[in-house]
Design a protein around this ligand. Structure first.
Ligand SMILES: Cc1ncc(C[n+]2csc(CCOP(=O)(O)OP(=O)(O)O)c2C)c(N)n1
Ligand SMILES: [Mg+2]
Length: 392
């Protein structure tokens, strides 16, 4: 990381209420950029045509191997999403929240994370879950009611996601404060990467989490995946100004990054995680992207947005720009892409098999993953479930 990448000195001094001599003292400053347009300072390294421009604050330190890995991860993530959506449409999966178009936010996080960092995801970080070792059966079973999100959150470093919007941010900050105490006791430095949506920023829990993170100097990086929508609500009905600028008001250094640019995502998140891990406090990263699919498979976006909007965003596809960049530089060729297509087909079959082979849930497991050591209440509930199973 370049020193000072997250220093906010300049913003704080410039964030005065109105220009001098302005007749109305309560006009928002020009820097309060409208929420429905990318900020002029948005960090972008790889553009839509696959051209690279170095960023002065966020150097890219990625080998060709890393980039090829990122491309493959994004392709597999998209395949998981396409298969799961189709399985739900065929009546074989209960529900699915598509992540189409948001692949680079997850691949960037994957490349940026350190081995001891812990992720607190939302329900849309399925590609990252898989890349971090959560099994397809656990990911898909959670959407079919056959598993209870009970994967091992310690070995995978991937926490269970909450469906109550915003509540995960509090868990994330609490965990980060726990890391602080572990470090004081001689533990290894680590950071928390917390994902939340644009809509989650309107929740009280999220705002309380920002207050705690800033006051406690907690080692947490908030990634707001701004996919422009909270179900059918566009960001502009939730905030008049850019989301990352709101974080600055809490005292959290913040940056907006092109969430469809895996290089920018990786570079910014690496810097942000380094910053948090080295005891300098929280960082807020707004990943500017677009939810290309429906909110979930129960939603029909044609009722609240235009096909033109979708096709405009389609041109910013995160996979295409990285593929062009790697092909232009001769890092990958058609033979490699053919091999990838074969691996993708095999992976698609694995996804379908994971759903077809999903067994009925074991009721007792409902209680076994609640706490590391069961409390008396948990034991009593487990007993009640067991006797109910016997009487069935
Ligand atoms: C506390 C709470 N309120 C409302 C809902 C219903 N709900 C489910 S998803 C969602 C929108 C969330 O939008 P955002 O945070 O932008 O995440 P995205 O779905 O776009 O990834 C809402 C309102 C909920 N799950 N929890
Ligand atoms: Mg959203």
């Amino acid at each position: 990381m370049r020193d000072g990448a997250f220093d906010q000195e300049e913003d704080v001094t410039e964030n005065k209420c109105a220009d001098e001599g302005d007749a109305d003292p309560f006009v928002l400053p020009a820097r309060q950029h409208p929420v429905d347009r990318p900020d002029p300072a948005m960090v972008r390294i790889l553009d839509e045509q696959g051209h690279l421009t170095e960023h002065p604050s966020f150097p890219v330190d990625l080998s060709d191997d890393d980039l090829v890995k990122a491309l493959e991860m994004m392709v597999m993530t998209r395949r998981l999403d396409v298969e799961a959506t189709a399985l739900q449409r065929h009546g074989e999966l209960g529900l699915w929240p598509p992540l189409l178009g948001q692949e680079a936010t997850q691949a960037g996080a994957w490349l940026a994370l350190g081995g001891e960092d812990q992720v607190f995801p939302t329900y849309r970080e399925q590609g990252l879950a898989h890349a971090m070792g959560v099994s397809l059966a656990d990911i898909l079973g959670a959407w079919d009611g056959t598993s209870h999100c009970g994967w091992d959150t310690v070995t995978t470093h991937f926490s269970a996601y909450p469906v109550m919007i915003g509540s995960g941010t509090l868990h994330a900050v609490g965990y980060a404060m726990g890391i602080q105490r572990d470090v004081e006791a001689g533990g290894a430095p680590a950071a928390v990467l917390d994902f939340h949506g644009d809509g989650a920023m309107s929740e009280g829990d999220t705002n309380e989490a920002y207050v705690f993170a800033a006051s406690m100097n907690a080692p947490v990086v908030f990634v707001c995946v701004n996919n422009q929508w909270a179900i059918s609500e566009p960001t502009k009905v939730q905030s008049p100004s850019s989301l990352f600028r709101r974080a600055i008001g809490f005292g959290i250094p913040a940056v907006q990054v092109d969430g469809n640019d895996v290089m920018a995502m990786t570079a910014v998140l690496r810097s942000a995680l380094d910053h948090a891990r080295s005891g300098k406090g929280p960082v807020f990263v707004e990943a500017w992207t677009f939810r290309m699919g429906a909110h979930t498979t129960t939603d029909d976006p044609a009722r609240y947005r235009t096909a033109e909007e979708e096709s405009t965003w389609g041109k910013t596809d995160p996979i295409i720009r990285l593929r062009i960049y790697l092909q232009d530089r001769g890092v990958i060729d058609q033979a490699w892409l053919d091999g990838l297509a074969e691996r993708e087909e095999a992976f698609g079959a694995e996804v379908r098999a994971a759903v077809h082979e999903n067994a009925a849930p074991v009721m007792a497991e409902l209680m076994s993953d609640v706490y590391a050591e069961p409390t008396p209440d948990v034991l009593a509930d487990a007993e009640e479930i067991a006797s109910w199973e016997e009487d069935k």
